[in-house]
Design a binder for this molecule. Structure first.
Ligand SMILES: *Cc1c(COP(=O)(O)O)cnc(C)c1O
Length: 510
């Protein structure tokens, strides 16, 4: 413990023996291909890394194929200062380190970090004192707080996407505001309202409208741009590459909350983001049984800063939670594929059957192809395709999907829509939506998302009840907006459940 406090930026897990074990793993699954133009490539595809990184049999003295769960809080030193890379479990724990290597690999932080370190003359990334490029936290909120503390500084300014996670805006306004003197400006970074013209706009004009809104919000003291995509609960998309270019031009960092997409579908670091934050409570856990968070970056300076704060705050997950998350990630690809297929089927039912029947309106699903779509909707669908990870896009192409295919393509497990109230009354009228939610049988009425079981909620009165009413109105969060986290149950049961819920809530009234 004393060693870590006296040398705050050093990662104790890079002592003699530990570095040999992590470098042996990094020569197999983790390793960037160092030759030629493949600086940003892994030796293995996402699905392979998700199963093997952090679970190398060499980590276990028995050769076990499951990561050893190391519950020790402290570690023997053979002589003063001589140890296997671990001193005290808050600072570094073998199970958590295995999980952090896995995060770094899935988000692509490891290859970016290796490349950045090579430029600084460091040839063995396993020796980098701040760790492997991924960091585990006790919750997504702890990761968010750490990122804002590290990057916004004292008296800095944040340009944030408007429909940011409620807990994130709470931290921006009520913690970073008073404690760091940080101001936050909220900006619409989506195509949904880009331009506002109503006329058919060129792609360039649509892009420029987003760039203009972000640039108008940037000040001399702006330190970072904070975005989330897809957003919550409206599932708008933010063009990461475009915003990353703006961030670069103005010398500010881009942070992307990758919770809703999960690293299988989207890897923001590879699209130009500087730091990824996510709540692993959602898709990464996938079983609604772990609260956790993560940060990932390929920038050595950012990594050192957040790593220092991780140890200083001590908001780390238990070794058992880290172990559970390693176990969860082994099925991330299978879960995400099935939940995305189910969500697309449900979105298509809503768009093609429930909308014409007058039961719902404004179905939101990133991959949905509508019969008639506005230029902004087309642009958003194209963005949903281009922003997919290479691995996810390869899967979709293999399955016969394309960016313009009829009906659309699977792109995540979240669907939201407005229920058609019998009397489209006030903004706060929730009766019809409540009736719908209470009639669901397969879906459980609950907050959160990403689990194998379908969850349904009413953002106005549940996840977004703390958001300023005027801000909520602007985002379109009213008493008719319903958010569904589609599970991996049988797809016919899922669609039938929503259909009977709508019939009970809306149908009977008409
Ligand atoms: C849940 C969530 C968070 C916060 O994570 P916790 O693990 O609940 O602290 C942050 N961002 C998004 C998008 C989330 O959905």
């Amino acid at each position: 413990m004393t060693a870590t406090t006296s040398t705050p930026l050093s990662h104790p897990a890079n002592g003699r023996t530990a570095s040999s074990s992590s470098s042996s793993s990094s020569t197999t699954l983790d390793a960037p291909l160092t030759n030629g133009s493949s600086a940003h490539k892994h030796a293995h595809a996402f699905a392979t890394r998700a199963i093997h990184v952090g679970s190398e049999p060499e980590l276990s003295i028995s050769g076990g194929v499951s990561t050893p769960l190391d519950l020790s809080t402290t570690y023997r030193q053979t002589r003063v200062g001589e140890h296997k890379g671990f001193e005290y479990s808050r600072s570094a724990n073998p199970t958590r380190l295995a999980y952090e290597r896995l995060i770094a690999s899935l988000e692509g932080a490891d290859v970016l970090l290796a490349a950045a370190l090579r430029e600084q003359g460091v040839t063995d990334p396993a020796k980098f004192e701040a760790g492997p490029g991924g960091l585990a936290f006790a919750s997504g909120s702890a990761a968010t707080a750490t990122a804002i503390q590290a990057l916004a500084g004292q008296g800095g300014h944040i340009v944030s996407v408007g429909d940011v996670y409620g807990g994130t805006s709470r931290y921006q306004l009520k913690v970073a505001g008073p404690l760091q003197g940080v101001e936050t400006t909220y900006v619409d970074m989506s195509y949904s309202t880009a331009g506002d013209g109503g006329e058919v706009e060129s792609d360039e004009d649509q892009d420029q409208a987003i760039v203009d809104r972000v640039e108008q919000a940037i000040r001399p003291e702006t330190k970072l741009i904070w975005a989330e995509t897809p957003t919550n609960p409206c599932l708008s998309l933010v063009p990461i590459r475009l915003i990353a270019a703006v961030a670069k031009r103005h010398g500010v960092f881009l942070v992307i909350d990758n919770t809703f997409a999960s690293p299988y579908l989207q890897q923001p670091l590879l699209l130009g983001a500087d730091l990824v934050v996510a709540s692993s409570t959602k898709y990464i856990s996938g079983h609604s049984d772990v609260v956790g968070g993560l940060l990932a970056t390929g920038n050595p300076a950012i990594l050192s800063k957040v790593r220092f704060l991780q140890n200083a705050h001590g908001a780390v997950p238990s070794p058992f939670d880290a172990w559970l998350l390693i176990r969860s990630i082994k099925t991330l690809v299978l879960r995400t594929r099935q939940q995305s297929l189910n969500a697309l089927a449900l979105a298509r039912y809503l768009e093609e059957t429930a909308v014409p029947a007058g039961l719902v309106r404004d179905v939101r699903y990133p991959g949905l192809k509508r019969k008639r779509e506005s230029p902004a909707q087309r642009r958003e669908r194209e963005l949903a395709w281009t922003q997919l990870s290479d691995d996810a896009r390869r899967w979709l192409v293999r399955e016969g999907y394309s960016v313009d295919g009829e009906g659309g393509f699977p792109a995540g497990g979240m669907v939201s829509f407005h229920i058609a109230s019998a009397s489209p009354a006030s903004q706060t009228e929730t009766q019809t939506a409540e009736r719908f939610l209470e009639h669901l049988d397969v879906f459980t009425l609950a907050e959160s998302l990403g689990g194998l079981e379908g969850l349904a909620e009413l953002p106005l009165l549940m996840t977004h009840s703390g958001v300023d009413p005027e801000h909520r109105r602007k985002l379109g969060i009213d008493g008719e907006l319903v958010r569904l986290s589609v599970g991996a149950e049988d797809v016919d049961d899922i669609v039938r459940d929503v259909a009977q819920g709508l019939a009970a809530a809306v149908g009977g009234k008409q």
